[in-house]
Design a protein around this ligand. Structure first.
Ligand SMILES: Cc1cc2nc3c(=O)[nH]c(=O)nc-3n(C[C@H](O)[C@H](O)[C@H](O)COP(=O)(O)O)c2cc1C
Length: 385
């Protein structure tokens, strides 16, 4: 048990978010795993995501879930376009709650980056070999008919009426997420997917109300934020993931600060600061990557837009995460690959920060044993050396 002698690390200080409280500031970042069929959750997701809740995280996000079938990145992704998808997800959120974590869902539309290979397949457009293996492309959509790049599917340019239909699909998906028991909802506005493709002037060259100046390019994202906020219960927090820089030179941190201010006015509670992805694959890295490389974006948004932020990207251990919070750069840290490497990342971070010497934060059926082991552990007797 933390004895109160030393101040509790910020990482393990509970964070109230509207009517919910995260037990700590460790968030499992959305990570797609390509195990869904027809958008339905299954035992794979329960085990995969359940492990992070068991492992002590404060909020566990699902992978990106499509708000319509064509909004998935691949046909192996989760979805929330159909009431039939609710019951399985409720089983997942019930388990996560049983581990005292909050359950988060990320709602997305892939836009012109849909119908692609999974990451292990290469993350690019489907090839002839992929089609021969049964992978099926669909008509992708975007601000214009401009594809992501050579060889990528040519999008259909959305009409204003179609945009209105998608705003409604986002709201419907949020209602289903609430019925499934999720506590936190995140709108995916990053990585070159549909909303991000409308934000950047590199991909959005429309000259109607959804293009042109920054206000026009932000219109779709803000309509989605307002619609989801209206559909999502007032006591539940709403996150929005941004690409603080689009990686293509069209959208920069000043644009992101302006977007964050507008999102806050729409009732968005947390701006989740990622970057890149407008051109090329989701795993392409035009922005140099080093530990904490995106923290300055969360920091700028937090100080300039006066909004709660989440930092993400190569946050590797407890002391690094704690420093990000202590230095006031962000209010939450999202852990991606390091949590795949170590699903007990949060509890190991507590050990590293010295705030859980008695394993009291662990599930009691584990912590009881680890505490006894630590107390009774003796040096190897001399004769046995
Ligand atoms: C396997 C995997 C799947 C991912 N899927 C998503 C996703 O569904 N939605 C999203 O916004 N980001 C996704 N990302 C990006 C992560 O959420 C995170 O922003 C990124 O990995 C950087 O954090 P890290 O260095 O801690 O891994 C994914 C990353 C990985 C490694």
């Amino acid at each position: 048990m933390h004895d109160g002698a030393a101040p509790l690390p910020l990482l393990f200080t509970p964070l109230p978010l509207r009517g919910m409280t995260a037990r700590n500031r460790v968030v499992i970042s959305p990570m797609v795993q390509y195990h869904a069929r027809d958008g339905l959750v299954n035992d794979f997701h329960l085990v995969h995501l359940g492990a992070f809740a068991h492992g002590g995280a404060g909020i566990v996000f699902t992978e990106n879930a499509g708000v319509v079938p064509g909004g998935r990145v691949t046909e192996m992704d989760l979805g929330l376009w159909d009431d039939a998808q609710i019951d399985g997800l409720r089983r997942l959120t019930t388990f996560i709650h049983g581990q005292r974590a909050l359950a988060g869902v990320q709602l997305t539309h892939s836009g012109r980056k849909g119908a692609v290979q999974s990451a292990p397949e290469g993350n690019g457009p489907l090839t002839a070999a992929d089609l021969a293996r049964g992978r099926k492309p669909w008509q992708v959509i975007g601000p214009t008919t401009e594809p992501v790049g050579p060889g990528w599917l040519v999008p259909h340019a959305l009409t204003a009426a179609e945009i209105a239909g998608l705003v409604d699909a986002w709201a419907q998906a949020a209602r289903r997420a609430d019925r499934a028991g999720f506590d936190v909802c995140e709108i995916h506005g990053a990585h070159g997917y549909l909303l991000a493709s409308f934000l950047s002037p590199v991909s959005n060259t429309r000259n109607d109300a959804y293009g042109g100046d920054r206000a026009g390019r932000m219109r779709f994202a803000l309509e989605v934020a307002r619609a989801v906020r209206a559909a999502w219960p007032a006591h539940k927090p709403l996150f929005f993931r941004v690409s603080a820089l689009d990686g293509a030179g069209g959208w920069d941190i000043d644009d992101t600060v302006a977007l964050a201010e507008a999102l806050k006015a729409c009732g968005v509670d947390v701006v989740d600061c990622s970057s890149g992805g407008l051109t090329g694959t989701a795993t392409a890295a035009p922005i140099p990557r080093y530990p904490g490389f995106q923290v300055p974006y969360a920091s700028a948004v937090k100080s300039r837009a006066a909004v709660t932020t989440m930092a993400v990207g190569l946050i590797l251990d407890g002391p690094q995460a704690e420093a990000i919070l202590q230095e006031g750069h962000a209010d939450l840290v999202a852990i991606g690959r390091q949590a795949l490497y170590d699903p007990f990342w949060a509890l190991h971070a507590a050990q590293a920060l010295g705030c859980d010497p008695d394993f009291a934060l662990w599930p009691s059926e584990i912590g009881w044993w680890l505490e006894k082991r630590a107390k009774t552990l003796q040096p190897v007797p001399k004769a046995a050396e």
